[in-house]
Design a protein around this ligand. Structure first.
Ligand code: NCD
Length: 356
C-alpha cells in the first residue's frame, strides 16, 4: 500500500501526473464530482491547521466523498495517552484514507506502519510537509510554466520550517535550479536537508542573512513564518521573530516576474500592503492546495485498490540506541523501536532523519 510521508516518494513523472490531474480538475470540475462516492477521508489533526485540514476536507467533499476526524489532540484519545500507532490502526477501520498532522517528527511513519489504509503526512513536527510542496509545485507550474532554471530564495525559519525541507527536496530534482537560503544564523537549514537533497543533486546554493542582497536575483521568493511552537526557549523566539519583514520598499529591487509564495499563516513577515502586488501569489497558492489534494486522494485510493497490503517495516534498517532528537516520535511512542538506516556513510533515524 502506498502512503505519502515524504514528497521524495513520488517520482518527478508522478508529480507531473498529479499536476496534470489538478489542472484538469480546475478545467472540468464536474467530471470529478462522483469519483470518491462512498469513500471516507479521516483528518487526524493533533496540531492546529486552517488551510491544510480544510482543503483536504473540501477536496474529499468535491470528489463526492465524506469526511470525519478531529482538529485537536485534546478531543481525541491522545489526551488519554493513546499512541499514534493505535489511533491510526483504529481509524483505518473507519475510513478509506487518512490525512494526519502531528507535532512530532516522524509521527506519520509511525502511523503508516500500523494503518490498513493510505496515510498522508499533513505535517510531522519540523520534518516534512509533502502536500504543501505539491501545492507549491502546482502554483509554480501555473505561475511560471515549469521548474527548470529557477533561482529560489527561501527566507525565514529554515530550521523548523517543514514546508521548506520538503520544497527543497522536490525542487532539487530539476535542472538549473539554484537556492539562496536566507535566514538568521540560528535558523539555518538542517544539515540533513543540505546533504541529502541539495548536495546529492549538485545544486548551486548559498546562505545569506540579507533578504535585500538576494532579492534582485530571485525568480521565486518563498517566505516563511518563524515557527514559535518549535522553540525550546521563548526568549530565543522573541529575539528572532522579527528577523524579516517583506514590504513594498524591499520589493522595488525584485524582478517584475518574481513570484512571492508563503505556505501561510503569516504573522508579520509579509506586510499586508504587499497583498495587492501582482507578484504576491500566496492566496492563489492556498487555493491550489485543494486541487492538488484532490489529485493525490484519487491517486492513493486507486493504488490502494490495486495493492491493499499493509506497509512492511522498511528492510534496510537496523536497530540501535535511542534517537537523540527529543522531538522525534520515538521519544514518546510506546513500543516503537528506534530504527536506523545508513545514508552516505551516516546512520540516520528512519522516523526523523536525525543523524546518530
Ligand atoms: C505550514 C505548516 O503547517 O507547516 N502551514 C501550512 O500547512 N499551510 C506553515 C506554518 O505553519 O508556518
Amino acid at each position: 500500500m502506498r502512503h505519502l510521508l515524504d514528497v521524495m516518494e513520488l517520482t518527478p513523472a508522478e508529480i507531473d501526473g498529479l499536476i496534470a490531474t489538478a489542472k484538469d480538475i480546475i478545467a472540468r470540475p464536474e467530471e470529478y464530482r462522483e469519483k470518491c462516492r462512498y469513500k471516507k477521508l479521516a483528518t487526524l489533526f493533533f496540531e492546529p491547521s486552517t488551510r491544510t485540514r480544510l482543503s483536504f476536507e473540501a477536496a474529499m467533499l468535491e470528489l463526492g466523498g465524506s469526511v470525519l476526524g478531529f482538529s485537536e489532540a485534546s478531543s481525541s484519545s491522545a489526551s488519554k495517552g493513546e499512541s499514534v500507532g493505535d489511533t491510526a490502526r483504529i481509524v483505518s477501520g473507519y475510513a478509506d484514507i487518512i490525512a494526519m498532522r502531528h507535532p512530532r517528527d516522524g509521527a506519520a511513519l509511525a502511523a503508516a506502519l500500523k494503518s490498513d489504509v493510505p496515510v498522508i503526512n499533513a505535517g510531522d513536527g519540523g520534518h516534512h510537509h509533502p502536500t504543501q510542496t505539491l501545492t507549491d509545485l502546482l502554483t509554480i507550474s501555473r505561475e511560471k510554466g515549469g521548474f527548470e532554471g529557477l533561482t529560489v530564495g527561501l527566507c525565514g525559519d529554515l530550521k523548523y520550517g517543514r514546508t521548506v525541507h520538503s520544497l527543497i527536496a522536490a525542487m532539487s530534482r530539476y535542472a538549473g535550479v539554484k537556492f539562496i537560503l536566507i535566514s538568521p544564523e540560528e535558523l539555518r537549514l538542517p544539515g540533513y536537508v543540505t546533504a541529502d537533497y541539495i548536495e546529492v543533486q549538485g545544486i548551486p546554493w548559498e546562505e545569506t542573512t540579507s533578504l535585500e542582497e538576494a532579492m534582485p536575483r530571485l525568480d521565486i521568493l518563498y517566505m516563511t513564518r518563524i515557527q514559535r511552537e518549535r522553540f525550546a526557549s521563548p526568549e530565543e523566539y522573541e529575539r528572532l521573530k522579527d528577523s524579516y519583514v517583506l514590504d513594498p520598499a524591499k520589493l522595488t529591487a525584485a524582478k517584475d516576474d518574481m513570484i512571492i509564495l508563503h505556505p501561510l499563516p503569516r504573522v508579520n513577515e509579509i506586510a499586508v500592503e504587499v497583498d495587492e502586488d501582482p507578484r504576491a501569489a500566496y492566496f492563489r497558492q492556498a487555493r491550489n492546495g485543494k486541487y492538488i489534494r484532490m489529485a493525490l486522494i484519487l491517486k492513493l485510493l486507486e493504488e490502494a485498490e490495486r495493492d491493499p497490503a499493509k506497509m512492511p517495516v522498511p528492510q534496510e534498517v537496523e536497530e540501535g540506541a535511542e534517537c537523540p532528537n527529543a522531538r522525534c516520535i520515538t521519544a514518546t511512542e510506546q513500543g516503537l523501536r528506534p530504527l536506523y538506516r545508513t545514508v552516505g556513510g551516516k546512520r540516520r533515524c528512519i522516523f526523523c532523519d536525525t543523524e546518530i
